[in-house]
Design a protein around this ligand. Structure first.
Ligand code: AMP
Length: 209
């Protein structure tokens, strides 16, 4: 099963994608996570991507395609949940091509809808424990006392950058809903404003799981 999660940054794709991937027994391909790993490891690719990411822009299609191609040939040879990829129509077309070569296609799209103000509140409150990678939220899920001193805010979760990322999303990524509809791929729209469990339950219901 190959599934694309669409939705603005902060709509919950990472959280829902991880749960779905476990349920569907396929890996999650999150290009944002892969790029952040490359930045942490200080690779050449990471150095090229960092400035672009910190500014809330999209890194080049070519870099991202290289990352995805490797995964499709390794752990994601049987299917994947795509989170944060594709990010524009060109990426969607190259993904369609890559999957086509393997006799695969996107089976479904889950589109998580959340309004902008809720997204800004979610993202600006987000904090990550750099040692474990666990993500907290200052209001909804505050970090426990023993990790509170070391949690960090993602550079691109600052408010001005979040607003810019929402614009980039609207211009580049939102049109993918139409792209997939036109291609005849089922697009399931889900209200992403509910609790993690409620949203997951709705997604699984729509996917018939
Ligand atoms: P995310 O974790 O998905 O919100 O991604 C964080 C940042 O990584 C984005 O703002 C982009 O700069 C970059 N990024 C992640 N995925 C992609 C992609 N598919 N295409 C281009 N840039 C991406």
């Amino acid at each position: 099963m190959d599934l694309v999660l669409l939705g603005a940054p902060g709509a919950g794709k990472g959280t829902q994608g991880a749960l779905l991937a476990r349920k569907l027994h396929v890996p999650k391909i999150a290009t944002g996570d892969m790029l952040r790993d490359a930045v942490r490891q200080g690779t050449e690719l990471g150095r090229r991507a960092k400035q672009v990411m910190d500014a809330g822009q999209l890194v080049s299609d070519e870099i991202v395609l290289g990352l995805v191609r490797e995964r499709l040939a390794s752990d994601a040879a049987e299917g994947a949940v795509f989170d944060g990829y594709p990010r524009n129509v060109a990426q969607a077309e190259s993904l369609d091509g890559l999957l086509g070569e393997m006799g695969r296609r996107i089976n479904a799209v889950v589109y998580l809808e959340v309004d902008d103000d809720a997204i800004v509140r979610r993202m600006t409150g987000r904090r990550t424990d750099p040692e474990t990678g666990v993500v907290y939220h200052v209001e909804h899920n505050p970090p426990p006392a023993e990790v509170a001193d070391r949690v960090v805010q993602r550079e691109d979760d600052r408010e001005a950058t979040v607003r810019h990322r929402l614009e980039v999303y609207r211009e580049n990524t939102a049109p993918l809903v139409e792209h997939y509809r036109r291609a005849g791929v089922p697009v399931h729209t889900v209200d992403g404003g509910g609790s993690i469990d409620a949203v997951q339950g709705e997604i699984l219901g729509l996917l018939g799981r």
